[in-house]
Write a new protein. Structure first.
Length: 207
């Protein structure tokens, strides 16, 4: 009986040792020095080498006086477009609506009465915000109205108020160093404005 108990203890001890060795080997293969790590790699001249992309490092040089002036002017233009483009969008909607209604009104007197009534609405909606614009922002706004409507401000006033009114307001604009006859060329002189307009449209969802 004593011999059987000794044999049983020995066999149990052997099993425990085998199990410990098995788990130790498994643990070592998983976490120890023999563990295999998968990393990105590239093949360079026949050799496989570990590969890793480092974070981008930006290096900025001091701007020249000319570059500072150009950046300042661009920032000024960008701010003006952000301020005035919503007004140009609203103006294009209003002018298109007025044109659509006038096409259905053949009577000259009724057309004048309709334009006068819409002019009153325009004044109440736009007078206050537009008077807060600077002369520079006003110039940009006229450019953007030409972009949105396909007509210069001079042509719009002439169509709705007549040649005399258009000429008068053109004279006023000229005094302030501007012109109601400003056109818009997205591929030419106004390419920078066009880039900023696309930025505004994508940011605020104008479609």
């Amino acid at each position: 009986m004593t011999r059987v108990c000794k044999l049983y203890r020995k066999s149990t001890l052997t099993v425990l040792c085998v199990m410990l060795c098995f788990f130790a080997a498994k643990s070592q293969s998983r976490y120890g020095v023999n563990d295999t790590l998968t990393v990105p790699a590239i093949i360079y001249k026949g050799d496989t080498m570990p590969y890793r992309e480092l974070s981008t490092v930006y290096i900025f040089l001091d701007l020249t006086p000319a570059q500072r002036r150009a950046h300042k002017e661009w920032t000024r233009l960008r701010n003006a477009v952000y301020v005035t483009y919503p007004y140009a969008r609203k103006a294009s909607v209003v002018f298109n609506d007025i044109k659509a209604h006038l096409d259905s009104i053949p009577d000259k007197e009724k057309r004048k009465a309709y334009v006068k009534s819409r002019e009153k609405d325009l004044r109440s909606e736009f007078t206050k915000p537009l008077t807060d614009l600077s002369v520079y922002q006003g110039k940009v706004l006229m450019k953007l109205i030409a972009r949105e409507t396909g007509n210069t401000c001079y042509e719009i006033i002439k169509d709705y108020k007549g040649s005399f009114s258009a000429g008068f307001w053109q004279s006023v604009a000229w005094v302030f160093g501007s012109s109601l006859k400003q056109t818009y060329n997205a591929q030419g002189d106004d390419a920078v404005i066009e880039d900023i307009v696309r930025e505004v449209r994508s940011m605020y969802g104008y479609y």
